[in-house]
Design a binder for this molecule. Sequence first.
Ligand SMILES: [Zn+2]
Ligand SMILES: [Zn+2]
Length: 347
Amino acid sequence: MTTVAAIIKPTADAPFEVGTIERRAPRANDVVIDVHYAGICHSDIHQAREEWGKAIFPMVPGHEIAGVVTEVGDAVTKHQVGDRVGIGCFVDSCRECENCLAGEEQFCLKGNVATYNGREYDGEPTYGGYSKQIVADENYVLSIPEGIELDVAAPLLCAGITTYSPLKHWGAGPGKQVAIVGMGGLGHMGVKIAHALGAEVTVLSQTTSKEEDGKRFGADHYYATGEEGTLKSLRGRFDLIINTVSADLDIDAYLSTLKLNGSMVFVGLPENTQQFRVFSLVGGRRSLAGSNIGGIRETQEMLDFCAEHGIGSQIELIGADEVEGAYDRVVRSDVRYRFVIDTATIG
Ligand SMILES: [Zn+2]
Ligand SMILES: [Zn+2]
Protein backbone atom coordinates (compact mmCIF):
# COMPACT_ATOMS: atom_id res chain seq x y z
CA MET A 1 0.00 0.00 0.00
CA THR A 2 1.06 3.58 -0.63
CA THR A 3 -0.09 6.58 1.38
CA VAL A 4 -1.27 9.32 -0.97
CA ALA A 5 -2.35 12.93 -0.34
CA ALA A 6 -5.94 13.63 -1.37
CA ILE A 7 -8.82 16.09 -1.08
CA ILE A 8 -11.26 14.25 1.13
CA LYS A 9 -14.94 14.74 1.97
CA PRO A 10 -15.28 13.12 5.43
CA THR A 11 -19.10 13.14 5.38
CA ALA A 12 -21.84 14.63 3.20
CA ASP A 13 -22.15 17.66 5.52
CA ALA A 14 -18.47 18.29 6.31
CA PRO A 15 -16.29 20.50 4.10
CA PHE A 16 -13.40 19.08 2.08
CA GLU A 17 -10.07 18.68 3.85
CA VAL A 18 -6.63 17.63 2.66
CA GLY A 19 -5.57 14.29 4.13
CA THR A 20 -4.27 10.91 3.02
CA ILE A 21 -5.68 7.71 1.57
CA GLU A 22 -4.11 4.31 0.86
CA ARG A 23 -3.60 3.10 -2.71
CA ARG A 24 -3.05 -0.60 -3.39
CA ALA A 25 0.37 -1.91 -4.39
CA PRO A 26 0.33 -2.38 -8.18
CA ARG A 27 -0.81 -5.82 -9.37
CA ALA A 28 0.51 -7.43 -12.55
CA ASN A 29 -1.95 -5.53 -14.80
CA ASP A 30 -1.93 -2.26 -12.86
CA VAL A 31 -0.64 1.13 -13.83
CA VAL A 32 0.43 3.67 -11.18
CA ILE A 33 -0.44 7.21 -12.29
CA ASP A 34 0.83 10.49 -10.96
CA VAL A 35 -2.38 12.55 -11.20
CA HIS A 36 -1.67 16.03 -12.56
CA TYR A 37 -5.18 17.36 -13.08
CA ALA A 38 -8.71 16.40 -12.05
CA GLY A 39 -11.84 18.02 -13.46
CA ILE A 40 -14.89 18.86 -11.35
CA CYS A 41 -18.02 17.25 -12.79
CA HIS A 42 -21.50 18.22 -11.57
CA SER A 43 -22.02 14.59 -10.58
CA ASP A 44 -19.09 14.94 -8.13
CA ILE A 45 -21.20 17.50 -6.29
CA HIS A 46 -24.33 15.35 -6.26
CA GLN A 47 -22.37 12.43 -4.80
CA ALA A 48 -20.20 14.38 -2.33
CA ARG A 49 -23.36 16.04 -0.98
CA GLU A 50 -25.19 12.70 -1.03
CA GLU A 51 -27.96 14.01 -3.26
CA TRP A 52 -28.18 10.78 -5.30
CA GLY A 53 -28.79 8.40 -2.41
CA LYS A 54 -26.44 6.80 0.06
CA ALA A 55 -22.77 7.43 -0.69
CA ILE A 56 -19.50 5.98 0.63
CA PHE A 57 -17.51 8.24 2.99
CA PRO A 58 -14.81 9.33 3.36
CA MET A 59 -15.04 10.24 -0.35
CA VAL A 60 -12.38 11.39 -2.79
CA PRO A 61 -14.33 12.44 -5.91
CA GLY A 62 -12.94 12.91 -9.40
CA HIS A 63 -13.52 10.97 -12.63
CA GLU A 64 -11.90 13.36 -15.07
CA ILE A 65 -8.30 12.40 -14.44
CA ALA A 66 -5.16 13.23 -16.42
CA GLY A 67 -1.62 12.36 -15.43
CA VAL A 68 1.57 10.48 -16.18
CA VAL A 69 2.47 6.81 -15.62
CA THR A 70 5.15 6.34 -12.94
CA GLU A 71 5.15 2.55 -12.57
CA VAL A 72 3.66 -0.49 -14.32
CA GLY A 73 2.96 -4.06 -13.22
CA ASP A 74 4.86 -6.99 -14.76
CA ALA A 75 2.11 -7.94 -17.21
CA VAL A 76 1.25 -4.44 -18.45
CA THR A 77 1.54 -4.02 -22.24
CA LYS A 78 -0.63 -0.99 -23.06
CA HIS A 79 1.20 1.73 -21.12
CA GLN A 80 4.77 2.62 -20.18
CA VAL A 81 6.42 4.76 -17.55
CA GLY A 82 6.25 8.37 -18.73
CA ASP A 83 3.07 7.92 -20.83
CA ARG A 84 0.39 10.60 -20.62
CA VAL A 85 -2.81 8.88 -19.57
CA GLY A 86 -6.33 9.45 -18.32
CA ILE A 87 -9.06 7.74 -16.31
CA GLY A 88 -12.78 8.38 -16.68
CA CYS A 89 -15.90 7.29 -14.82
CA PHE A 90 -15.08 3.62 -14.20
CA VAL A 91 -11.95 1.60 -13.39
CA ASP A 92 -13.19 -1.96 -13.95
CA SER A 93 -16.10 -3.96 -15.33
CA CYS A 94 -17.05 -7.65 -15.45
CA ARG A 95 -15.41 -8.12 -18.91
CA GLU A 96 -17.79 -11.03 -19.66
CA CYS A 97 -21.31 -9.69 -20.21
CA GLU A 98 -22.57 -8.91 -23.69
CA ASN A 99 -22.17 -5.17 -23.16
CA CYS A 100 -18.58 -5.47 -21.92
CA LEU A 101 -17.75 -7.79 -24.83
CA ALA A 102 -19.24 -5.19 -27.18
CA GLY A 103 -16.95 -2.51 -25.72
CA GLU A 104 -19.87 -0.77 -23.97
CA GLU A 105 -18.47 -1.24 -20.46
CA GLN A 106 -20.41 1.79 -19.26
CA PHE A 107 -23.48 -0.45 -19.48
CA CYS A 108 -21.87 -3.52 -17.82
CA LEU A 109 -24.70 -5.82 -16.74
CA LYS A 110 -22.93 -6.72 -13.51
CA GLY A 111 -22.37 -3.02 -12.82
CA ASN A 112 -18.97 -1.50 -13.51
CA VAL A 113 -16.67 -0.26 -10.76
CA ALA A 114 -17.09 3.50 -10.43
CA THR A 115 -13.84 5.48 -10.19
CA TYR A 116 -14.96 6.80 -6.78
CA ASN A 117 -17.92 6.28 -4.48
CA GLY A 118 -17.86 2.68 -5.69
CA ARG A 119 -16.40 -0.64 -4.64
CA GLU A 120 -13.94 -2.91 -6.40
CA TYR A 121 -15.35 -6.41 -6.95
CA ASP A 122 -13.36 -7.46 -3.85
CA GLY A 123 -15.27 -4.89 -1.78
CA GLU A 124 -12.55 -2.23 -1.38
CA PRO A 125 -13.89 1.33 -1.75
CA THR A 126 -12.64 3.33 -4.73
CA TYR A 127 -11.15 6.82 -4.48
CA GLY A 128 -11.07 9.23 -7.40
CA GLY A 129 -8.85 11.82 -8.96
CA TYR A 130 -8.76 14.60 -6.36
CA SER A 131 -5.50 13.01 -5.23
CA LYS A 132 -1.84 12.89 -6.16
CA GLN A 133 -1.81 9.28 -7.34
CA ILE A 134 -4.17 6.58 -8.57
CA VAL A 135 -3.65 2.87 -9.32
CA ALA A 136 -5.81 1.20 -11.98
CA ASP A 137 -5.96 -1.78 -14.32
CA GLU A 138 -4.32 -0.92 -17.65
CA ASN A 139 -7.46 -1.87 -19.60
CA TYR A 140 -9.35 1.02 -18.02
CA VAL A 141 -6.58 3.59 -18.55
CA LEU A 142 -6.74 5.78 -21.67
CA SER A 143 -3.84 7.25 -23.65
CA ILE A 144 -3.84 11.04 -23.94
CA PRO A 145 -2.24 11.86 -27.30
CA GLU A 146 0.41 14.54 -27.71
CA GLY A 147 -1.36 17.64 -28.94
CA ILE A 148 -3.70 18.11 -25.98
CA GLU A 149 -2.38 19.61 -22.75
CA LEU A 150 -3.22 17.46 -19.73
CA ASP A 151 -5.21 20.20 -17.95
CA VAL A 152 -7.66 20.73 -20.81
CA ALA A 153 -7.71 16.98 -21.54
CA ALA A 154 -8.96 16.01 -18.07
CA PRO A 155 -12.62 17.05 -18.63
CA LEU A 156 -12.72 15.07 -21.87
CA LEU A 157 -12.78 11.89 -19.76
CA CYS A 158 -16.38 12.61 -18.69
CA ALA A 159 -17.77 15.76 -20.33
CA GLY A 160 -16.05 14.95 -23.63
CA ILE A 161 -17.17 11.35 -23.99
CA THR A 162 -20.67 12.11 -22.64
CA THR A 163 -21.28 14.34 -25.65
CA TYR A 164 -19.08 12.56 -28.23
CA SER A 165 -20.80 9.19 -27.81
CA PRO A 166 -24.38 10.31 -28.62
CA LEU A 167 -23.17 12.65 -31.38
CA LYS A 168 -21.50 9.64 -33.05
CA HIS A 169 -24.30 7.19 -32.29
CA TRP A 170 -26.99 9.45 -33.76
CA GLY A 171 -24.88 10.36 -36.79
CA ALA A 172 -23.86 14.00 -36.26
CA GLY A 173 -21.83 15.02 -39.31
CA PRO A 174 -21.88 17.01 -42.55
CA GLY A 175 -25.38 17.96 -43.65
CA LYS A 176 -26.88 17.37 -40.20
CA GLN A 177 -28.54 20.01 -38.05
CA VAL A 178 -27.53 19.48 -34.43
CA ALA A 179 -28.83 21.44 -31.45
CA ILE A 180 -27.03 21.51 -28.12
CA VAL A 181 -29.29 22.49 -25.21
CA GLY A 182 -27.33 24.28 -22.49
CA MET A 183 -23.78 25.58 -22.71
CA GLY A 184 -22.11 24.53 -19.50
CA GLY A 185 -19.42 21.91 -18.89
CA LEU A 186 -21.14 19.33 -21.10
CA GLY A 187 -22.72 21.71 -23.58
CA HIS A 188 -19.56 23.56 -24.54
CA MET A 189 -17.87 20.23 -25.30
CA GLY A 190 -20.90 19.20 -27.34
CA VAL A 191 -20.58 22.36 -29.44
CA LYS A 192 -16.86 21.85 -30.08
CA ILE A 193 -17.22 18.17 -30.97
CA ALA A 194 -20.37 18.50 -33.11
CA HIS A 195 -18.67 21.31 -35.05
CA ALA A 196 -15.52 19.23 -35.55
CA LEU A 197 -17.67 16.33 -36.79
CA GLY A 198 -18.91 18.65 -39.53
CA ALA A 199 -22.48 19.25 -38.36
CA GLU A 200 -24.25 22.62 -38.47
CA VAL A 201 -24.50 23.46 -34.77
CA THR A 202 -27.13 25.48 -32.92
CA VAL A 203 -26.94 26.33 -29.24
CA LEU A 204 -30.22 26.59 -27.35
CA SER A 205 -29.47 28.41 -24.09
CA GLN A 206 -31.63 30.29 -21.57
CA THR A 207 -30.06 33.60 -22.56
CA THR A 208 -27.55 34.85 -25.11
CA SER A 209 -24.98 35.69 -22.39
CA LYS A 210 -22.55 33.04 -23.69
CA GLU A 211 -23.22 33.62 -27.40
CA GLU A 212 -19.77 34.98 -28.17
CA ASP A 213 -18.12 31.94 -26.56
CA GLY A 214 -20.54 29.59 -28.29
CA LYS A 215 -19.69 30.97 -31.70
CA ARG A 216 -15.99 30.77 -30.87
CA PHE A 217 -16.43 27.09 -29.89
CA GLY A 218 -17.98 26.42 -33.30
CA ALA A 219 -21.71 27.15 -33.05
CA ASP A 220 -23.28 28.41 -36.27
CA HIS A 221 -26.43 29.69 -34.55
CA TYR A 222 -27.32 30.68 -31.01
CA TYR A 223 -30.84 31.18 -29.63
CA ALA A 224 -32.20 32.21 -26.24
CA THR A 225 -34.93 29.80 -25.19
CA GLY A 226 -35.93 32.25 -22.46
CA GLU A 227 -37.28 34.55 -25.18
CA GLU A 228 -40.91 34.09 -26.20
CA GLY A 229 -41.44 32.18 -29.46
CA THR A 230 -37.87 30.92 -29.95
CA LEU A 231 -38.68 27.22 -30.14
CA LYS A 232 -41.78 27.89 -32.27
CA SER A 233 -39.59 29.65 -34.80
CA LEU A 234 -37.34 26.56 -35.01
CA ARG A 235 -40.11 24.04 -35.80
CA GLY A 236 -38.88 21.06 -37.87
CA ARG A 237 -35.29 22.30 -37.88
CA PHE A 238 -33.05 19.66 -36.23
CA ASP A 239 -31.92 16.10 -36.93
CA LEU A 240 -30.57 15.73 -33.41
CA ILE A 241 -30.94 17.55 -30.11
CA ILE A 242 -28.51 16.80 -27.28
CA ASN A 243 -29.94 18.01 -23.98
CA THR A 244 -27.15 18.69 -21.49
CA VAL A 245 -29.17 20.53 -18.84
CA SER A 246 -30.61 18.98 -15.69
CA ALA A 247 -33.49 21.47 -15.37
CA ASP A 248 -37.10 20.58 -16.20
CA LEU A 249 -37.89 21.19 -19.88
CA ASP A 250 -40.99 21.67 -22.01
CA ILE A 251 -40.09 18.51 -23.90
CA ASP A 252 -42.99 18.83 -26.36
CA ALA A 253 -41.71 22.22 -27.45
CA TYR A 254 -38.22 20.79 -28.07
CA LEU A 255 -39.59 17.72 -29.90
CA SER A 256 -41.48 20.06 -32.24
CA THR A 257 -38.12 21.45 -33.42
CA LEU A 258 -37.08 17.99 -34.72
CA LYS A 259 -37.35 16.97 -38.35
CA LEU A 260 -38.89 13.71 -39.51
CA ASN A 261 -36.97 10.84 -37.80
CA GLY A 262 -35.18 13.31 -35.53
CA SER A 263 -33.96 12.34 -32.07
CA MET A 264 -33.77 14.20 -28.79
CA VAL A 265 -31.15 12.67 -26.48
CA PHE A 266 -30.82 13.33 -22.76
CA VAL A 267 -27.34 13.39 -21.23
CA GLY A 268 -28.23 15.86 -18.45
CA LEU A 269 -30.07 14.28 -15.53
CA PRO A 270 -33.12 16.18 -14.27
CA GLU A 271 -34.09 15.27 -10.71
CA ASN A 272 -37.83 15.35 -11.44
CA THR A 273 -39.88 13.02 -13.59
CA GLN A 274 -40.27 14.62 -17.01
CA GLN A 275 -43.46 14.66 -19.09
CA PHE A 276 -44.24 14.78 -22.77
CA ARG A 277 -47.14 14.05 -25.12
CA VAL A 278 -46.80 10.90 -27.24
CA PHE A 279 -48.34 12.92 -30.09
CA SER A 280 -45.07 14.87 -30.17
CA LEU A 281 -43.23 11.66 -31.11
CA VAL A 282 -45.60 9.91 -33.51
CA GLY A 283 -46.21 13.07 -35.54
CA GLY A 284 -42.70 12.96 -36.97
CA ARG A 285 -41.53 9.38 -36.19
CA ARG A 286 -39.32 11.05 -33.61
CA SER A 287 -37.28 9.43 -30.83
CA LEU A 288 -36.66 10.48 -27.27
CA ALA A 289 -33.52 8.80 -25.93
CA GLY A 290 -30.74 8.87 -23.37
CA SER A 291 -27.01 8.22 -23.36
CA ASN A 292 -24.42 7.73 -20.64
CA ILE A 293 -20.65 8.38 -21.07
CA GLY A 294 -19.02 5.80 -23.40
CA GLY A 295 -16.99 2.59 -23.47
CA ILE A 296 -13.20 2.40 -23.23
CA ARG A 297 -12.69 1.93 -26.98
CA GLU A 298 -14.91 4.88 -27.84
CA THR A 299 -13.33 7.06 -25.13
CA GLN A 300 -9.93 6.43 -26.73
CA GLU A 301 -11.41 7.24 -30.14
CA MET A 302 -12.77 10.51 -28.68
CA LEU A 303 -9.37 11.47 -27.21
CA ASP A 304 -7.66 10.78 -30.55
CA PHE A 305 -10.36 12.78 -32.37
CA CYS A 306 -9.97 15.73 -29.98
CA ALA A 307 -6.18 15.71 -30.36
CA GLU A 308 -6.50 15.62 -34.13
CA HIS A 309 -8.91 18.58 -34.09
CA GLY A 310 -7.14 20.56 -31.36
CA ILE A 311 -10.10 20.25 -28.99
CA GLY A 312 -9.73 20.66 -25.25
CA SER A 313 -12.11 21.81 -22.57
CA GLN A 314 -12.33 25.52 -21.71
CA ILE A 315 -11.18 25.46 -18.09
CA GLU A 316 -10.63 27.45 -14.91
CA LEU A 317 -7.65 25.99 -13.05
CA ILE A 318 -8.00 25.97 -9.24
CA GLY A 319 -6.04 24.89 -6.16
CA ALA A 320 -6.89 22.27 -3.54
CA ASP A 321 -8.31 24.88 -1.15
CA GLU A 322 -10.76 26.23 -3.74
CA VAL A 323 -12.85 23.09 -4.29
CA GLU A 324 -15.63 24.02 -1.88
CA GLY A 325 -16.10 27.45 -3.50
CA ALA A 326 -15.90 25.91 -6.96
CA TYR A 327 -18.74 23.51 -6.08
CA ASP A 328 -20.96 26.44 -5.10
CA ARG A 329 -20.12 28.20 -8.35
CA VAL A 330 -20.92 25.10 -10.43
CA VAL A 331 -24.31 24.87 -8.73
CA ARG A 332 -24.90 28.54 -9.69
CA SER A 333 -23.74 27.77 -13.28
CA ASP A 334 -20.97 30.31 -12.66
CA VAL A 335 -18.06 28.55 -14.40
CA ARG A 336 -16.53 29.01 -17.84
CA TYR A 337 -16.70 26.11 -18.50
CA ARG A 338 -15.06 23.46 -16.32
CA PHE A 339 -13.10 23.70 -13.08
CA VAL A 340 -9.92 21.65 -13.05
CA ILE A 341 -7.92 21.01 -9.89
CA ASP A 342 -4.15 21.35 -10.15
CA THR A 343 -3.19 18.41 -7.94
CA ALA A 344 0.30 19.86 -7.36
CA THR A 345 -1.48 22.08 -4.82
CA ILE A 346 -2.59 19.12 -2.67
CA GLY A 347 -0.54 18.83 0.53
ZN1 LIG B 1 -18.84 13.28 -14.77
ZN1 LIG C 1 -19.91 -6.47 -17.95
